[in-house]
Design a protein around this ligand. Sequence first.
Ligand SMILES: NC(=O)c1ccc[n+]([C@@H]2O[C@H](COP(=O)([O-])OP(=O)(O)OC[C@H]3O[C@@H](n4cnc5c(N)ncnc54)[C@H](OP(=O)(O)O)[C@@H]3O)[C@@H](O)[C@H]2O)c1
Length: 168
Amino acid sequence: MRCIAIAAVTIDGKIALDAGHFSDWTSPEDKEFLHKMLDESDVVVVGNNTYKTAIEPLSKRNCIVFTASVRTSEHKSDILTYCNPASSDCIPLMEKYKKVAVLGGTQTYTYFLENDLLDELYLTIEPLVFGRGLNLFESEKNIEAHFRLESTKRLNGKGSLLLHYVRS
Ligand SMILES: NC(=O)c1ccc[n+]([C@@H]2O[C@H](COP(=O)([O-])OP(=O)(O)OC[C@H]3O[C@@H](n4cnc5c(N)ncnc54)[C@H](OP(=O)(O)O)[C@@H]3O)[C@@H](O)[C@H]2O)c1
């Protein structure tokens, strides 16, 4: 299993204004990159808040949705599984796959960080500021996770930047 987080952030490091905020502020170039990454992944892991903002585009993908609404895990369809990260079901479920795309949001990215499961991070910095909102990670633990910058790419004229980090 290789867990690859994909996220778009503002200049001030925010991924959304609030939990219900649909990611309609990212550049077309970032959306194109995101879709390519999801196409190349074997499964998408997403938190229930993000899932609810993007049910339609995610409905055709193989998804594991994090939620405390199930005790352990529940197969909702051939391609949709609900899993409670507090149970021991989620990691073995993800380990069935080679390439795991971690789609967020904050609570979900933080789960992967806190459990030392994050192998790679693709971060698109979009040139805008929210001034408030949800952070990429929000942990109460003392974490110092080191990454190595593998590549950078300017995605468009306005300067959306794609950074690829690998856990070192
Ligand atoms: N800019 C980006 O790249 C990007 C990417 C993804 C998402 N987002 C944005 O992020 C926002 C959502 O972020 P978020 O932090 O509120 O939510 P989230 O991680 O998408 O979902 C949180 C929900 O997932 C479940 N969950 C996640 N981690 C859990 C854990 N460790 N244990 C138990 N349940 C867990 C819970 O569902 P239940 O309530 O069902 O128990 C929790 O309420 C949205 O606005 C979305 O658009 C932005």
